[in-house]
Design a protein around this ligand. Sequence first.
Ligand code: PMP
Length: 400
Amino acid sequence: MHPFNQRIQSALAARQSQGLYRSRTCLERQDCQVLDTGSLSQASSPHHAKRCLNFSSNDYLGLAQSPALVEAWQQGLTRYGAGSGASPLVTGYQPAHHRLEKQLADWLGYDRALLFSSGFGANQALLFTLLQKGDLLIQDKLNHASLMEAGMLSEATMRRFAHNDTDALAQLLAKQTNVTSAETVKMVVTEGVFSMDGDCAPLAAMQTLCHAHQSLLAVDDAHGCGVLGDEGRGSCDQAGIRPDILVVTFGKAFGLQGAAILCNEDLAEYLVQFARHYIYSTAIPPAQAHALSQACSMIQQQHWRREKLQELGHILAEALDPAVELVATDTPIKPVLVGDSQRAVAMSEQLRDRGIWVSAIRPPTVPVNSSRLRITLTANHEPSDIRQLANAINEVFHAQ
Ligand code: PMP
């Protein structure tokens, strides 16, 4: 066998033997239900054609299938056609993109917003383009893979601090200040809401530390924007801060796809000139930008969606057996800690048998021995759905 094929096969076999092999399930989705038609599953799948309540989507506000958003996208398609046809610096940047950028910048309080086709790409562009050799990048240990990978590949020196530990961050900033020069750019990067834990970063304290050490602060608010803060402005608004750079993504509360970097005029122009992920990538379809403008308006105006999420969170906390290790969060991400990855998978499968879809999250996505069921709530769930979820978890928990 060719060594390349051997390498691939042994990596796959290692994943299998560690019990960490991931497989995709092809699901049809309707409101807060998913239907596993078994179209891609193996014939022996015990979950063939099963309808489940979906507690694993990031569509927190329930916008992804809302008629108003679907209609906006259709309207965009009729007006602008299917695709943008080019990258933004060629002919891909169109009035629908411009209007969305302006709307985001005004809403979130920045000079400029720059659109990207994914949050992963936006984070890569941000760290690769702004940081150079000799610079210092400081990240929370639990930051998203897109930030970690960009940091590891960037020429800047990367340091990580224990999750949400501002003392550790302060020490790191103080220590590094002694070894850096006046020219060194320092950047602290954190998520606003951590995707696997659902907890919020201590943003106010972090901003104070960054100011004291002349460091930039960048916040990836993929999971906070739309859900927290006044008019859904996100975790920074809730914490009363305005970081130098804010990343928002559209695959979660916006119910769509894509991302934006918010920053000052010069930084935005620097990214337009030098960010390869921006310059050499096709602009998102203008119809999508049009739909995103509609999502942005709905987020600002429809407070009831955020209020309902809070109410559903309280119902869940009350209905779960106290022995179940539900992490208390202020966000729609409600992890139930299990620890052992095989037990987490078994619980997820047993929940599926009871008509509940909750994914088991295992290493390497989360640290070893911290496997969990990651429950996410959406504004489309009803209190009765939450009670059904809690009853099923209570049963499965005690059956283990
Ligand atoms: N940042 C965070 C914190 C995320 O959770 C994700 C997606 N899960 C991303 C960035 C990437 O965003 P996208 O899905 O738009 O690529």
